[in-house]
Design a protein around this ligand. Structure first.
Ligand code: HEM
Length: 117
């Protein structure tokens, strides 16, 4: 079971890499107002949601106690991110404040995941 949990943590990290990478690689475009919510960001956010839910199930099945408040906060922030990225996925360009907000929320979720012990 531990191998399976670690595998899903790895997939969880790949998801955040796609989401954050999609943001970071477009920071220059964001300044010019031409950044867009590309497929990497959408698929990264979806990967986070699916692998996160699987991780909750696997940890519970294995008898590990999880910090449910922390996971609930991560889930709430991710749903906001996913909602924005999904609704705006077909637009040619995203407004600078909205694109910046998604990047900020993504970094906030990473800090919640790593600093909230
Ligand atoms: C952008 C959003 C998210 C980020 C940046 C994130 C980040 C992380 C990181 C870095 C880890 C490994 C470190 C650790 O074990 O604490 C982790 C583990 C985990 N995440 Fe996430 N996560 C996000 C969303 C979610 C969501 C939406 C869920 C649940 C629905 C979730 C559930 C879990 C679980 C169950 C674990 C492993 C158990 C634990 O140690 O807490 N995550 N996450």
């Amino acid at each position: 079971m531990d191998v399976l949990i670690n595998l899903f943590v790895a997939l969880h990290i790949i998801g955040i890499a796609a989401l954050l990478g999609g943001f970071l690689t477009q920071m220059k475009a964001m300044s010019a107002g031409t950044a867009r919510f590309g497929p990497a960001m959408l698929h990264g956010a979806l990967t986070m949601l699916i692998t996160g839910m699987v991780l909750v199930g696997l940890n519970q099945a294995d008898g590990h106690t999880l910090n449910n408040i922390k996971i609930g906060v991560k889930l709430a922030v991710l749903i906001v991110i996913l909602g924005i990225v999904y609704v705006r996925r077909d637009e040619e360009s995203a407004p600078k404040p909205l694109f910046g907000a998604v990047g900020g929320l993504t970094v906030a979720n990473i800090l919640i995941a790593t600093l909230w012990t």
